[in-house]
Ligand binder design. Structure first.
Ligand code: UDX
Length: 465
């Protein structure tokens, strides 16, 4: 197989299609992986994207883009859960003639190109895997979450069978013997009414993985050695390669920040430049998690009373049911110079800034890994999906943060911030965060495990051509 380097777009011999799930926490890692492939192997990448959360192709001139239908009904897009959207998308894709046509032309190798080597899909897109398989197009899966969360999904049928789920109030703190160090409350779970849909979604993920040729996970060997081993042992007979090649945003040669339509507010970087080293708490709850108006008020007052400088991402939809935020009278004057609120941050740049000394996060996997990558310790406030599980690992396995449990209350928030940022009680956590950052740097060196994993992935893709 001839692989030519340099240049972007079409015309080269080896190419792959990538298809992210159209949500922020899934699009970013897929584009970073695409950037890692584009940079290393001289591959060209075609990104399949949807009307919902469409990616602006002009921001990624290295890639070609093709729009495919998402099939998510407008009412689901407006008010449904992510799980509803995923199920609707899979139902639509499986029978969509236009989606099939896009893959078929990739298999035929239109425009003077050979057939695409493979399709790299988000693990949630089982229908895409099935359509590709029907056309003889190999698939590789990108797992955007941790290895530990995948272990939990693989074990889900057993967890249900053994009665861990749905969780009982009296057993929330009991260990899940099959998945140490998880406790019942750390398991992926959605409310009772959505239990069946959650089960179906997780079963789809494991089926997509098992039916594909290989998988690449956004983690690194030294972060989750036991979990990666467990996955490799369990999938040994089903798939050829299981690679840990993260953190993708660090291995990618192309990193244009987040793909979201909200423009990152760069003024916060100049503001951070004026703050003392390690003094600023960065506060963000990701792209989906929200607060009610009382919680919002408690967060605002807790930040104010902590006395610590803070940078807070207040998305337009952060407060449930309101499209504007209400701060107490005189709040902005009270925190002037010490507190900054923005709609959307250049998060990776913020976490890498010398002034940032702590992150109050919802523990979406991307945020967790980005924080680990920069040695920033965390206050964890998980809400749903894999976030509770990520929090458990942050606290009990890596020791780089602690959970803010129970109701949000200003006094408790103030104490947590002081502990994380300045008090002796947080020293170990701050040290562990620095140590873990060194491990990240190790995996990114030229002979580091994640660089080797990307090379293996490129070689594997070449072998599929
Ligand atoms: C969702 C799910 O909620 C989570 O459980 C799952 O692990 C991933 O998908 P999301 O809310 O999108 O998570 O959070 P996260 O995974 O942390 O991803 C958010 C991304 O947006 C990160 O890459 C972060 O850098 C970026 N971001 C966030 C910004 O660029 N600016 C911001 O202001 C906030």
């Amino acid at each position: 197989v001839e692989v030519r380097r340099g240049g972007g777009g079409h015309g080269r011999k080896l190419w792959v299609l990538v298809f992210p799930l159209p949500f922020q926490g899934h699009i970013n890692p897929m584009l970073h992986l695409a950037g890692a492939l584009h940079g290393r192997g001289g591959l060209s990448v075609t990104v399949l994207h949807t009307r919902i959360n469409a990616i602006d192709p002009s921001r990624y001139p290295e890639f070609a883009f093709v729009e495919v239908p998402d099939g998510i009904p407008p009412e689901v897009a407006a008010t449904g859960t992510v799980v509803d959207a995923i199920l609707a998308m899979n139902a639509a894709l499986e029978v969509s003639p236009s989606f099939r046509d896009v893959l078929a032309s990739a298999v035929d190798g239109a425009e003077g190109r050979p057939p695409a080597a493979c399709l790299i899909i988000d693990a949630n897109l089982l229908a895409a895997q099935k359509v590709a398989a029907g056309l003889g197009l190999p698939t590789l899966v990108l797992r955007t979450g941790s290895a530990a969360s995948l272990c939990c999904y693989l074990a889900y049928p057993i967890l249900l069978q053994k009665g861990y789920l749905p969780p009982k109030e009296s057993q929330l703190y009991e260990p899940v013997k099959e998945l140490p160090p998880l406790r019942v409350r750390d398991l992926f779970y959605s409310s009772d009414t959505n239990q069946e849909k959650a089960r179906e979604t997780l079963a789809n993920i494991t089926e997509t993985v098992r039916n594909s040729n290989g998988m690449v996970i956004n983690t690194f060997d030294k972060l989750e050695p036991a979990e990666l081993k467990r996955i490799r042992d369990e999938l040994n007979n089903d798939i050829v390669v299981v690679l840990a090649a993260g953190p993708f945003h660090k291995v990618s040669s192309i990193n244009n920040g987040s793909s979201m339509n909200l423009q990152p507010d760069q003024s916060c970087i100049e503001w951070l430049d004026t703050q003392a080293t390690g003094s600023v708490l960065y506060v963000s709850f990701g792209s989906l998690a929200s607060l009610d108006s009382n919680e919002f008020l408690e967060v605002a007052c807790g930040l104010e009373s902590s006395g610590q400088p803070f940078l807070w991402v207040v998305r337009p939809d952060l407060v449930r049911g309101l499209n504007r935020v209400c701060l107490p009278d005189g709040y902005e004057q009270a925190v002037e110079g010490r507190g900054k609120m923005i709609r959307w941050a250049p998060q990776q740049e913020v976490l890498a800034h010398r002034a940032v000394g702590g992150f109050w996060t919802h523990n979406g996997w991307n945020s967790t890994l980005e924080s680990i990558s920069e040695g920033v310790p965390m206050i964890c406030q998980p809400q749903f999906a894999d976030q509770m599980l990520n929090t458990r690992y942050v606290k009990a396995v890596w020791g780089v943060g602690f959970e803010l449990e129970g109701n949000l209350e200003r006094g408790k928030i103030k104490k947590a911030i002081r502990r994380l940022m300045v008090e002796k009680a947080g020293t170990k956590i701050r040290e562990h965060a620095k140590e873990l950052k060194n491990k990240v740097e190790g995996c990114l060196e030229s002979s580091g495990s994640s660089q080797i994993a990307i090379e293996k992935l490129v070689n594997y893709i070449i072998s599929l051509q």
